[in-house]
Ligand binder design. Structure first.
Ligand SMILES: Cc1cc2nc3c(=O)[nH]c(=O)nc-3n(C[C@H](O)[C@H](O)[C@H](O)COP(=O)(O)OP(=O)(O)OC[C@H]3O[C@@H](n4cnc5c(N)ncnc54)[C@H](O)[C@@H]3O)c2cc1C
Length: 504
């Protein structure tokens, strides 16, 4: 659906930002109307509108000006960072997009281990800069190209390194936030004179939950202009690679250990994860299945099909396999960690594979995933053009994920794949990682879809999975386990009250 912007609003935007930084050109607007990002398979085509204008703010004052003009002319707004996620586009009519690419400053506090980042600094850039100081940021599974401000303030926030570098929501320290009324709100220590950015809470009750909730507000509560995020130790020289894309050649890493592991049943797999978390020895953990691995291993769709036909990944990895990475502080620490790792894997019936099991490519996929979270984007979009998932997507205990959520999504996926509504790339294509050495995990069941295929129908799989989860009392879409559907609605009611408070 297409609308136009009131003339008065257009003039005020141009006055506030300059002609180069505000556009209503149909050609420009069209490029902000489609994306091949996550969720497009499930939501994009139905939900995305053409924006009425695109603004490129360069400072917090310019963001305030945009919010005030939007409020005055009753225009909606949506900020985006790098726009890897479909909700970064106009999911409603009369919407101005704030493309935050001019706000790309990064400041690193090496003494207290945090980085103050603006919207358009990518996780990868942050990592390159912080590794020079023996520090490492959290990278969500979206990869190094995504914005860490976005995952901290507005999105869900897990990734394979969450086992060591936590959920992004828990890394958030001071926050600078422009509300829909154009006021600047400061959260945490930033709100106390001269205290700086070091703490996300206080004085008084924490507002971080209100800012983002469990899985982020996705751009409706205003615009975040700066956030401080915790950094973690990185042992050894910075990660480097040479060679040619997509596989590159990673440098040798001292005091590190990288392996694939396969368990032949879900119960043993869940038990092993509980014990590996308790042992506090792993720095990166990520479960994929043969489907995602094939997408990463192949360069063209022809090659993908050849690999599927050969079937060797499925044969070796069965229903799913794990990548584990250890980045130890010393040789002695590495030695201890490897011993503990091997003991747990062998006692739970797992098989350890060298990452070169399928040659150099398979090693590079493991290495770059473990350090840079690089390969998930490729796995998500080959060989079809869009990615979605069968619900439940859960953020729950390991037992809940494996024993309750996974069986629901497996059945729904099989039903939809058997009718060619989504791609059948093997029964299990489940993505999992555990957090903070604990008993919590993020589990989602990716599936691939080609939206232009006449039978494609990914949204149904989401709805059906959600309905079955409600029926069985299983949490879904990252919401905690509700007592009943009636209880689940309480979260939504609170979110909408907060929304009304911030944006009347
Ligand atoms: C292949 C793939 C895999 C993914 N895997 C994961 C994963 O494992 N874990 C995970 O947590 N996420 C994942 N995501 C989701 C999401 O893309 C990430 O959370 C990512 O970090 C968001 O960064 P971005 O730069 O793409 O944000 P954008 O797509 O630009 O924005 C994301 C949301 O935040 C809002 N937003 C962005 N910047 C601002 C701002 N300055 N002020 C207010 N609102 C803002 C947007 O409106 C939008 O709703 C994945 C995405 C893809 C494409």
């Amino acid at each position: 659906m297409s609308q136009t912007i009131p003339e008065g609003a257009y003039n005020e935007f141009v006055e506030a930002l300059g002609e180069d930084n505000f556009s209503t050109d149909p050609g420009i607007l069209e490029t902000y109307t489609y994306m091949n990002g996550l969720g497009q398979g499930g939501l994009g085509i139905q939900w995305v509108h053409r924006p009425v204008g695109v603004a490129l703010p360069g400072s917090v004052e310019e963001v305030q000006a945009i919010m005030k003009i939007c409020a005055k002319y009753k225009l909606r707004f949506k900020a985006h960072s790098t726009a890897w996620w479909v909700q970064a586009l106009a999911t409603k009519t009369n919407c101005v997009i704030l493309d935050m690419r001019r706000m790309n400053n990064l400041e690193i506090n090496t003494r207290d281990s945090f980085a103050i980042t603006e919207s358009y600094v990518t996780a990868g850039e942050t990592q390159v800069e912080t590794m020079k100081h023996g520090l490492n940021p959290h990278l969500v599974g979206a990869g190094p190209n995504a914005s860490n401000l976005a995952s901290g303030t507005s999105m869900q926030g897990t990734g394979g390194s969450s086992i060591r570098t936590s959920m992004q929501e828990r890394n958030v320290l001071g926050v600078e936030w422009v509300t829909p009324k154009g006021e600047v709100l400061k959260l945490g220590s930033l709100n106390s004179p001269n205290a700086g950015w070091f703490c996300g809470d206080g004085p008084g009750p924490s507002l971080r939950g209100m800012m983002r909730g469990a899985s982020g507000n996705m751009g409706d509560n205003g615009v975040f202009t700066k956030v401080a995020l915790k950094l973690y130790p990185w042992h050894g020289e910075p990660y480097e690679c040479d060679g040619t894309p997509p596989f590159f050649d990673s440098n040798e890493r001292p005091n590190s250990y990288l392996r694939y592991v396969v368990w032949d049943n879900y119960d043993n797999e869940a038990d092993a994860l509980l014990r590996l978390g308790e042992a506090e020895i792993i720095d990166y953990n990520n479960r994929w299945a043969a489907g995602a691995f094939t997408s990463a291993m192949s360069i063209t769709n022809e090659e993908y099909l050849e690999m599927v036909e050969k079937g060797e990944f499925k044969e070796k990895f069965g229903d799913g396999y794990w990548t584990f990475f250890i980045n130890a502080a010393s040789e002695r620490a590495l030695d201890y960690k490897i011993k503990a790792f091997k003991k747990i894997v062998s006692e739970t019936g797992g098989v350890i594979y060298d990452t070169t099991v399928f040659g150099k490519r398979s090693h590079e996929i493991a290495m770059q995933n473990a350090v840079r979270a690089v390969w998930i984007g490729k796995a998500a979009y080959m060989p079809t053009s869009a990615n979605t998932g069968t619900v439940p997507f859960s953020y729950e205990t390991i037992d809940q994920g494996y024993k309750h959520a996974l069986p629901i999504s497996l059945d729904v996926k099989e039903e939809y794949a058997s009718q060619d509504k989504i791609l059948n790339e093997g029964r299990d294509n489940c993505y999992v990682c555990i957090d903070e050495d604990g008993h919590y995990m993020h589990i989602e069941h990716a599936c691939l879809v080609e939206m232009w295929e006449p039978k494609a129908e990914p949204t149904g799989a989401c709805i059906k999975g959600a309905a079955r989860a409600i029926e069985k009392g299983v949490g879904f879409f990252y919401c905690s386990l509700p007592g009943s559907p009636k209880d689940l609605i309480i979260y939504t009611q609170y979110s909408s009250q907060i929304q009304k408070l911030l944006n009347p």
